[in-house]
Design a protein around this ligand. Structure first.
Ligand code: NAI
Ligand code: COI
Ligand code: MG
Length: 357
């Protein structure tokens, strides 16, 4: 099969982790006889530096022409520390999501047997935890207008907006996901305060009878933040709005053992994007210490979701599991006194596993 992949490495650790995911993708293609065609594009701070635009038109065209996009991360401290910056790397990520219609961000949280004792959470609480957060990705407070500051600079405002159409399509996806899994759907919101959340509840109550096998529960986001840590095994599929999903999934990475482990698939209208849930981790940029597994597992999701190649996806997941089991891990997982490999060595280990298989 011919696989056309747009590669947007972005900023910070983006290039290092994407390089490992590409090595693994190449190894899988060699192993299964696929032809991989990659084209690279600019996004984020590097794109601002080169073109003035964090998501240039050429990058958008590249994504539109591809079967899937492999994405690293964007963001740079020089923008984070300058609240007056007019153009920001994050605008590139948001523009990409909006223009590609990537309305559903699928973020699985899984545990790894050999990491169960590394989590600050007790083994008995997290062993067997396995849930998927479905985060709405193109609406809500990250996109709503108006957003800005008053003329005197002393008042700022953001707006959260959700339309029926946006809510229906993400809930449909979530109900269908639940049907494929353990048939439990937790809808996380703040309906005791927010009008948008109440519209989510109205629409979900209308839709629920179409999925009689799915057990639906509603949970306020503050409670959900606690329950994810306290009792993660109670969740199967969780669906929520853009900002809540962003926050809760970083929190959920504590169950797995590192933010550097959690992948995601952003599904949409024009193409799909596969990216780790973490950011550009600027403190680690260029040091060869970042965990590449979230991005490598995102490549696995690309094979599963974009190309419907389950064996290829499973072999990547198996290889990542094996590397963790063999303690071929970066410093975030090495533990005190444990030997840490470099980002590239973890990539090499996983490639070697796939080659020998
Ligand atoms: N999708 C994206 O491109 C995202 C971009 N960002 C941007 O990234 C920049 C840094 O933001 P932060 O809040 O520091 O979030 P971050 O996710 O980059 O890092 C937070 C912490 O998580 C850990 N971490 C993250 N990735 C890791 C990896 N691969 N291996 C090992 N440990 C890892 C590190 O301890 C790090 O200090 C900002 O400019 C932010 O806007 C933040 C989140 C997502
Ligand atoms: C720019 C942010 C919305 C990125 C982020 O934190 C994420 O998508 O997880
Ligand atoms: Mg985030």
């Amino acid at each position: 099969m011919k696989l056309n992949v747009a590669v947007l490495a972005g900023d910070g650790i983006g290039p290092e982790i994407v390089e490992q995911a590409l090595k693994v993708t190449n190894a899988i293609c060699a192993r299964f006889g696929h032809e991989l065609i990659t084209k690279t594009g600019l996004v984020g701070a590097v794109a601002i530096d080169e073109t003035g635009n964090p998501y240039p038109d050429e990058t958008h065209q590249l994504c539109m022409d591809s079967d899937a996009v492999l994405f690293g991360a964007i963001g740079h401290p020089r923008f984070d520390n300058d609240p007056s910056a007019k153009v920001r790397p994050e605008q590139g990520l948001l523009a990409m999501r909006k223009k590609l219609g990537l309305y559903a961000n699928i973020r699985p949280t899984i545990t790894f047997p050999s990491l169960l004792d590394m989590s600050p959470l007790r083994r008995d609480r997290i062993e067997g935890a396995d849930f998927v957060a479905i985060r709405e990705l193109t609406g809500g407070i990250y996109f709503g207008q108006p957003q800005g500051r008053s003329e005197d600079g002393n008042t700022a405002y953001d707006t959260s907006i959700y339309t029926r159409q946006e809510i229906e399509r993400i809930l449909k996806l979530a109900f269908e996901f639940a049907m494929q899994r353990r048939k439990k759907l937790t809808i996380v919101d703040k309906a005791n305060v927010l009008a948008t959340s109440r519209l989510w509840r109205t629409i979900s109550q209308e839709m629920a009878p179409k999925y009689p096998e799915v057990e639906v529960e509603y949970m306020f986001v503050d409670n959900a933040a606690m329950q994810i840590i306290q009792w993660p095994k109670r969740f199967d599929v969780m669906v929520t709005e853009n900002m809540f999903g962003d926050i809760l999934t970083d929190e959920a990475s504590v169950i797995s053992g590192s933010l550097g482990l959690l992948p995601s698939a952003s599904m949409g209208i024009h193409t799909s994007v596969f990216e780790p849930i973490h950011g550009s981790y600027p403190q680690a940029a260029g040091k060869n210490i970042a965990n590449p597994c979230a991005t490598i597992l995102s490549a696995a999701m690309m094979f599963e979701y974009a190309f419907k190649l389950q064996d290829e996806a499973s072999l990547i997941t198996e290889a990542v599991n094996a590397s963790i089991e063999a303690k071929a891990v970066t410093e975030d997982l090495a533990g005190e006194g444990g030997k840490a490999l470099g980002t590239d060595e973890v990539g090499d280990w996983i490639v070697e596993y796939i080659r020998k298989k």
